[in-house]
Design a protein around this ligand. Structure first.
Ligand code: SF4
Length: 379
């Protein structure tokens, strides 16, 4: 893999240069950027990286792991890590050796953190063998599957991810866990009864299933328009979109299974027999589809922090100097004074408790999703 020259790195958009970035489900490592699969809704659109269709490294794997573990947001054994989830596909042939190099490096440090690896690529028995060598990390493979068969939207067909999920879930004894990452669910595109029934059949192979909608942000909407792809929504939104009626139909289609989740962290935690690391159990309406044994696990781990504890955890972060704890309930700590999302995720994972920003209120029963498609809210 060619290393980008410093000059080229300097010319990358600012966010793309940030190799370690906190995202909702974990601290994300992205020292390789660029992908050839071309999914139209790719988050790369929002980083100014869409045109990078070949993977390039910004630094060596060893340097990247050093940067990750030395990062002020990283806590050994606590911080969930996401590998190459923002700018490339971890199992592209050129990227795969780097994926394993990072996993092996972290594992050799005897770290037990969750590591989430999201893929839609073809995987092989060799991948299973190599993952089974890891001794400490809690690895979860999340297989992105949508069932969308429009090659303009998804040039790399969804059935490959389905086959990889089956292959990697088949061994009875394995170190890693598998999740069917059923997304993006888009009304009118991949939500017929047949689509739902196919996803349900596929979910039987996985340790857990998450369903989510589409991040339909401005940059992605523009790409849809420019390429003549029918736009699924009239508005764009900060959060993922799952309309209420679609959610009801999904729950009905999956009524005979218990391993269905609305939140990625819930599915990952459940698959490892652990309580949700994002503390979603405070938002109890999220848990109505969860197995009772898992609910109990999450409830047992749930601790409502005091304002002093929240401030204490934040003290190590210079960017949290203006933090104010506005309110604490059994559901979440509401804070102000954080000008970006990353420190908030740090607090949330350090406390195992939901931390919300006063500027972005969460609506009851909306499960942290965008307002579009829910009754009584502006579209
Ligand atoms: S009980 Fe609630 S918080 Fe825990 S995994 Fe289930 S849905 Fe998530």
């Amino acid at each position: 893999m060619p290393l980008l020259s410093q000059d080229k790195i300097n010319r990358l958009p600012e966010r793309a240069r940030e190799v370690v970035e906190y995202r909702k489900s974990g601290l994300s490592l992205n020292h390789i950027q660029g992908c050839s699969l071309g999914c139209s809704y790719c988050i790369r659109h929002t980083y100014g990286l869409w045109d990078e269709n070949q993977p390039r490294a910004l630094m060596s794997d060893a340097e990247a792991v050093e940067e990750l573990v030395a990062h002020r947001y990283f806590q050994p054994h606590v911080t969930p890590i996401q590998l190459f989830n923002r700018a490339t596909e971890p199992f592209l042939p050129k990227v795969r050796p780097h994926t394993f190099a990072v996993l092996e490096n972290l594992d050799a440090r005897e770290l037990t953190n969750h590591v989430l690896v999201i893929t839609r690529h073809k995987l092989t028995d060799d991948d299973a063998d190599q993952l089974n060598q890891l001794r400490h990390l809690k690895v979860t493979l999340l297989f992105t599957y949508s069932g969308i068969d429009n090659p303009k939207i998804e040039p790399y067909p969804s059935h490959i991810a389905a086959e990889s999920l089956k292959l990697m879930s088949a061994p009875e004894v394995r170190k890693y866990r598998t999740v069917l990452y059923w997304r993006p669910l888009v009304p009118g595109l991949n939500d017929t009864d047949e689509h739902l029934a196919t996803a349900f059949e596929l979910s039987k192979h996985a340790d857990a299933t998450v369903f989510t909608g589409l991040f339909y942000r401005g940059e992605i909407a523009e790409y849809y328009k420019a390429n003549g792809i029918p736009e699924p929504y009239e508005g764009t939104a900060r959060r993922k979109i799952v309309p209420e009626t679609l959610e009801r139909r999904v729950l009905d289609a999956f009524s005979s299974t218990t391993a269905l989740f609305r939140k990625t962290s819930c599915a990952v935690s459940y698959a490892h027999g652990l309580p949700d690391y994002n503390g979603h159990v405070g938002i109890r309406e999220l848990c109505d589809i969860c197995p009772l044994s898992q609910l109990e696990r999450c409830l047992n781990a749930h601790r409502v922090p005091s304002a002093e504890q929240v401030r204490d955890v934040a003290r190590v972060l210079p960017e949290a100097r203006e933090l104010e704890v506005v309110d604490i309930t059994g559901r979440a700590a509401v804070v102000s004074g954080l000008w970006e999302e990353q420190p908030r995720y740090f607090l949330q994972h350090a406390l195992g408790f939901q931390v919300h920003d006063e500027r972005h209120p969460h609506h009851a029963n909306r499960h942290g999703r965008a307002d579009i498609g829910w009754k009584g809210t502006p579209a």
